[in-house]
Design a protein around this ligand. Structure first.
Ligand code: KG4
Ligand code: ZN
Length: 352
């Protein structure tokens, strides 16, 4: 019997178990993370090793440094997850790994590690799309949430409005035509001289500022549900340059608050428009930017007023983690999807 048919046979058995335990690994960017998740809903362990300190010196993620750090940390986070759950490999039914999108070298370290583990332990490996992982963080936070729902996915690399019609089935309604929301926050933070990663820094600083101090253009994107952040980013940069040329000190809190307000109100407006026009039964947020305080507050207000149920990941599940990958993997496993030993990193993998 080939390894693949052996894995397929095992998967058929696992699918019928009442409890399926998945050990997952996430290495797509600058977090090495491992988790153990039961039935896509219950976190038994969630260990995140952040590389932020390694990259902060350079003002952003250095891909080569990220790959090396992942190689060193993979084994440790997996061991730590098993220890935290008081389990051994014998308690694990299947493995999962992020195969894309992300940095190719970073992804490859995780994919290679889990392929090796799958072969050695004779346990099926499920490949997971990182963005699907972000969406699935909602299943961990809200056990009652089931598709269909509308999801606003806002991370460092993506700004998507998708219709989640079933577990693992997505229809694209809109997306950014230029920068992702997180990317825009990170770039604006750099203009203010804030350290990497900028999104959470802008968010914190903005709490003390006036959101209407600096008027920024409301973006015009082509599609009805599309986003665009480059116009407001350029206007923000020009305003900062002008103040600097005049020898004035940057009113950082006001600028942060104004930028945050411009990005967030655009995200909220389009999401609410799509929810209304597509008669969405519920709205969910996903991705690193869903940790943004103003986004959470504004969404809560608007959804409450519209009588629309709102789901948001727990704060520690908004940014990259292994549990979200273990959750997404469960529904892929139920559909019989397993990785061949030829599984490769897919840096440009799309959700839809
Ligand atoms: O989802 P994520 O951890 O990684 C990607 O898949 O990209 O998202 C990271 C992004 C970064 O751009 C970071 O600045 C942004 O999410 N971010 C935030 C906040 N927390 C993280 N942006 C705005 N406000 C926050 N509180
Ligand atoms: Zn992410």
């Amino acid at each position: 019997m080939t390894f693949e048919s052996e894995m397929r046979r095992k998967l058929d058995e696992i699918r019928h178990q009442p409890t399926v335990r998945i050990l997952s690994l996430e290495t797509s960017c600058d977090e090495t993370a491992a988790a153990i998740v039961e039935n896509g809903r219950v976190i038994r362990a969630n260990v995140v090793f952040s590389q932020i300190d390694l990259h902060a010196l350079y003002g952003g993620v250095v891909p080569e440094i990220a790959s090396r750090a992942h190689v060193e940390a993979c084994d440790r986070v997996i061991d730590e997850a098993l220890r935290a759950a008081d389990m051994t490999f014998d308690d694990i039914d299947a493995l999962a790994v992020t195969c894309g999108p992300g940095l190719v070298g970073a992804l490859l370290t995780g994919v290679s590690c889990m392929k090796g583990l799958s072969y050695a332990l004779r346990k099926p490996l499920i490949p997971v799309n990182h963005i699907e992982g972000h969406v699935s963080a909602n299943y961990l936070t809200s056990p009652a949430l089931e598709p269909p729902f509308l999801c606003l996915v806002v991370s460092g690399g993506h700004s998507h409005l998708v219709n989640v019609t079933d577990y693992g089935t997505y229809h694209l309604l809109g997306q950014t035509t230029d920068d992702a929301a997180g990317e825009a926050f990170d770039k604006a933070a750099r203009v203010l001289g804030l350290p990497y990663p900028g999104g959470p820094r802008i968010d914190a600083l903005a709490e003390e500022g006036d959101p209407h101090a600096l008027p920024l253009p409301h973006p015009h994107a082509e599609g009805r549900y599309d986003y665009s952040f480059s116009g407001m980013k350029t206007a923000f940069l020009n305003a900062a340059n002008k103040l600097e040329m005049q020898g004035k000190e940057l009113p950082k809190a006001d600028m942060a608050a104004s930028f945050r307000w411009a990005v967030v109100s655009s995200l909220v407006d389009k999401a609410m428009l799509a929810a209304r026009e597509t008669h969405a039964p519920a709205l969910a947020l996903a991705g690193g930017v869903s940790a943004n305080r103003l986004l959470r507050r504004m969404m809560q207000e608007k959804c409450e007023a519209a009588g629309l149920p709102l789901y948001m990941p727990r704060l520690d599940l908004c940014t990259d983690n292994g549990a979200m990958i273990g959750s997404a993997a469960y529904w892929r496993l139920l559909k019989g999807e397993i990785a061949p030993l030829t599984l490769n990193a897919q840096p440009a993998l799309r959700l839809v």
